[in-house]
Write a new protein. Structure first.
Length: 292
């Protein structure tokens, strides 16, 4: 239950990231770079202090493959973030976030193959309700063809969703490496990968308000959120993750409507309702399914 709580909190905080990213005044690559830098400083300090205090640095033998998995997961995370923030630049937050959260469906399907977790018929029905809901919120009904729908910028959100799913799946392979060190490795990797791509001129005309949102986005939405995310991820099954992850879009949609004055049409409202119905499904105890 504690793992579920941490995961839900991380998703709720991340649900506000769209609103905060708009307020930072930074493009996607520069914003992700700052997020990685802030998180590396914060979590690296915490990890170093914790290691020194407990003197457990050499007590646990960490398999070398876990470092490789952490790096791979970090690559997925960075790509995911860049695509996600780029999608917010060209799409309404509600639309981008809704399409982005097709990721749980991908997690569910990949989880069934990789972790041999059984997918029940009822579970599939509820997940496809979520799928239909996200497509409606994503305004698929306003386009005459699929090609037109995909050319509107939604491919950026789809790409983010795919790499988000890969992040979740890869993260479950880390069992010994501490969540703090895992996140530090990944965000530090992001700093190194993105530094050559950063356009520093974007930082020259930022206001105090911009910097306030940048700092919060870096330390809270990245450092804190991904510590909670990875520390709970290894304890949850893929189907549980696929359900709880919808806390994120719910928060994002509510903030977009109330704070950004976004007005969804009747089809999008139906889509939001379907998402709520979809996340109400609880796979616990269904045909012996164990949920952490």
């Amino acid at each position: 239950m504690y793992a579920k709580t941490k995961f839900v909190v991380s998703m709720a905080i991340f649900g506000s990231i769209g609103l905060f990213s708009v307020k930072t005044g930074l493009p996607s690559i520069e914003l992700v770079f700052v997020r990685c830098l802030c998180a590396s400083i914060l979590l690296g300090t915490i990890w170093g202090f914790h290691t020194f205090k407990t003197k457990q640095k050499r007590k646990n033998v960490i398999p070398h493959q876990e470092y490789l998995i952490a790096l791979l997961c970090g690559v997925f995370l960075i790509i995911n973030w860049v695509f996600f923030f780029r999608s917010i630049e060209v799409l309404p937050i509600t639309v981008a976030v809704s399409i982005y959260h097709l990721a749980p469906v991908i997690v569910l399907l990949l989880g069934s193959f990789i972790f041999k977790e059984k997918i029940t018929g009822t579970g599939l029905v509820f997940f496809f309700i979520c799928l239909l809901g996200t497509l409606l919120v994503g305004e698929i009904h306003q386009h005459s063809t699929i090609a037109e729908f995909l050319s509107s910028g939604v491919l950026l959100a789809f790409a983010a969703a795919f790499f988000y799913a890969l992040t979740s799946i890869a993260g479950k392979g880390i069992q010994v490496l501490s969540p703090l060190l895992t996140t530090v490795i990944q965000t530090s990797l992001g700093v190194l990968l993105l530094m050559p791509l950063v356009n520093w001129s974007h930082f020259q005309h930022l206001t105090f308000e911009n910097w306030m949102y940048i700092v919060i986005t870096g330390f809270i939405h990245t450092g804190l959120v991904f510590y909670l995310f990875f520390s709970s991820l290894r304890e949850l099954k893929a189907q549980t993750i696929a359900v709880l992850v919808f806390v994120d879009p719910i928060v994002a949609i509510l903030l977009d409507v109330t704070m950004m004055n976004y007005h969804p049409d009747v089809y999008q409202l139906l889509g939001i309702l379907l998402v709520f119905i979809g996340i109400s499904y609880n796979p616990k105890k269904e045909r012996g399914l164990e949920v952490a």
